[in-house]
Design a binder for this molecule. Structure first.
Ligand SMILES: NC(=O)c1ccc[n+]([C@@H]2O[C@H](COP(=O)([O-])OP(=O)(O)OC[C@H]3O[C@@H](n4cnc5c(N)ncnc54)[C@H](O)[C@@H]3O)[C@@H](O)[C@H]2O)c1
Length: 317
């Protein structure tokens, strides 16, 4: 049985990935410090004999002699919402260190184990893109000093570190640029658009749309993303590749608010309350032709199905 280490395994993506890995008979070591997640995400995995949980901070060397074959590095705050206590804006040093020092230490750990390494980067490395949709070859339009640079630039450096280990140390590494993903196990206080819309709709509060709502987003359901992550990691022929994973299906923010309002049968009013946050990208859409070609991957879950599952999750907690 192969062993997979998931750094950030208690988070939204990590906990869904750990669950799927266990279902597919991998042994899983999950490392997390719960800085942006709750133990409840992995509570039902803790009794599984193939699941080991280590509460630790990956910006410090992990204690003990861990043995594993694959390492997913997902440990980083990820929400950009400036009102959220778990956003990377609220956790600036922790975010920058998780993607730089943390990546460095995990790369060394993977090298020591002769393990395969996957770095979770982000579509944010494209910044406010001048090319649309964004292919992996696009180098981005990112501010090095703006508020979002905390996340964007630390992810870019994480990519640089990973590419260096592949090139000069012959590590079997790969980089995935994840576009907006949603689904069960996201935290209510996360503050990302779709979670806010769902929780505002369910509680009858006004649904808050930033700006005039004409900015677009493409959202991928978590089950599809987990499929893509596993196809990328367990493919023997994609060492050193950089790949986008996300949904190419684009809607305006206002359309998302309207769809969620309809699916929750909510009486909430949609309001346009604030200016757009600084550096908020106006357009973001994944070009996934490389993932289709290399991995035979594309999202399968419809927006309505994914939203209904996410709405059910938030109703249940
Ligand atoms: N969700 C998305 O739409 C999205 C988009 C692009 C990229 N990503 C990337 O995917 C990864 C997972 O994102 P997510 O949405 O699941 O976020 P999340 O906040 O739910 O999960 C991140 C997990 O990492 C843990 N963590 C953070 N710093 C840590 C540290 N120093 N030591 C140990 N654990 C630490 C957190 O406690 C949390 O459990 C992140 O790297 C994020 O940047 C996510």
């Amino acid at each position: 049985m192969k062993t997979v280490l998931v750094a950030g395994g208690a988070g939204f993506i990590g906990s869904n990935l750990c669950k799927r890995l266990l279902e597919q008979n991998y042994s899983v070591i999950c490392i997390d410090n719960f800085i942006t997640s709750k133990k409840s995400n992995i509570q039902n995995l803790l009794n599984n004999p193939q699941f080991t949980f280590i509460e630790a901070d990956i910006t410090k060397p992990v204690e003990g002699d861990l043995k594993f074959d694959f390492l997913f590095h997902l440990a980083s705050p990820a929400s950009p919402n400036h009102h959220s206590s778990i956003s990377y804006l609220a956790l600036p040093i922790q975010t920058m260190m998780a993607n730089t020092t943390g990546t460095h230490l995990l790369l060394d750990l993977a090298l020591k184990n002769n393990a395969r390494f996957l770095f979770a980067s982000t579509s944010e490395i494209y910044g406010d893109p001048l090319e649309h949709p964004q292919k992996e070859t696009y180098r981005g339009n990112v501010s090095t000093t703006g508020p979002r640079s905390i996340y964007d630039e630390s992810k870019r450096f994480g990519e640089t570190l990973t590419a260096y280990y592949v090139r000069d140390k012959n590590l079997d590494g790969r980089i995935v640029r994840i576009f907006n993903t949603y689904g069960p196990n996201m935290l209510k206080e996360d503050g990302r658009m779709i979670i806010s819309f769902i929780n505002q709709s369910l509680s009858g509060e006004s649904i808050t749309v930033f700006g005039d709502g004409s900015q677009t987003r493409s959202l991928c359901f978590i089950d599809d993303l987990v499929d893509g992550l596993m196809k990328f990691m367990f493919n023997d022929n994609v060492k050193g590749e950089v790949i986008n994973l996300g949904s190419p299906s684009e809607h305006t923010v206002l359309e998302y608010a309207q769809i969620v309002k309809k699916l929750t049968d909510s009486k909430s009013e949609i309001i346009f309350s604030e200016e757009l946050p600084l550096d908020d990208p106006l357009k973001r859409k994944a070009d996934i032709s490389k993932a289709k070609q290399l991995l035979n991957w594309e999202p399968k879950v419809s927006l309505e199905e994914g939203l209904n599952k996410t709405i059910e999750y938030f109703k249940s907690i």
